[in-house]
Design a protein around this ligand. Structure first.
Ligand code: IMP
Ligand code: MG
Length: 176
């Protein structure tokens, strides 16, 4: 059996710099307004905390947990809201904050559900994007990094619930 190791893809300092840039861009785009960030649990939580600290316009936050029925490494497109938002979206400038967009199935469904709640605006921000894997066409407004088709962990992302706490983004190697 090979030992499971992590190859660093995005080092901690680099991720911090990129998140700072996105925060600045959002602050510019939403100048004079308040942004309502929605974290998709659990993966989005590390990214959202860092991003929120870099946004200079007023910020409010809410959290949502969705589970998509799948085999662990891919989603089926059937999405269940496991924990819904606490607050209404009506009239708010909403940004969904996600860890990664893969097939796009989860966000395709979620954007549709949240649009029906009448936000003033609705945008999508993701730390990572794997465009090669896209099955459903979702428009991403803010992207940290486009990455190749590899399974990544860290910065909120897990492999069988492990590695979410890594302060960098890495690729799991040595798994069968
Ligand atoms: P999608 O519906 O296929 O876009 O799935 C998105 C979700 O799958 C993400 O929110 C992650 O929870 C999970 N996921 C997709 N790719 C990866 C990966 O490389 N590492 C860890 N989780 C992933
Ligand atoms: Mg996720």
């Amino acid at each position: 059996m090979m030992e499971e190791t992590i190859r660093v893809l995005v080092p901690e300092a680099e991720a911090a710099k990129r998140i700072e840039e996105i925060g600045r861009q959002i602050s510019d785009d939403y100048a004079g307004r308040q942004v309502h960030l929605i974290c998709i649990l659990k993966g989005g939580v590390f990214f959202m905390c860092e991003l929120a600290k870099r946004i200079t316009v007023p910020v409010s936050m809410d959290f949502m947990s969705v589970s998509s029925y799948g085999d662990g490494t891919s989603s089926s497109g059937i999405v269940k809201i496991a924990k819904d938002l606490d607050e209404t979206l009506e009239g708010k400038d909403v940004i969904i904050v996600e860890d990664i967009i893969d097939s796009g199935r989860t966000l395709y469904y979620l954007m549709d559900v949240l649009k029906q709640r009448k936000p003033k605006s609705l945008r999508l921000c993701t730390l990572l994007d794997k465009p090669q894997r896209r099955v459903k066409d979702v428009k991403v407004d803010y992207v940290g990094y486009e990455i190749p088709d590899e399974f990544v962990v860290g910065y909120g992302l897990d492999y069988a619930q492990k590695y979410r706490n890594l302060p960098y983004i890495g690729v799991v190697e040595g798994v069968e």
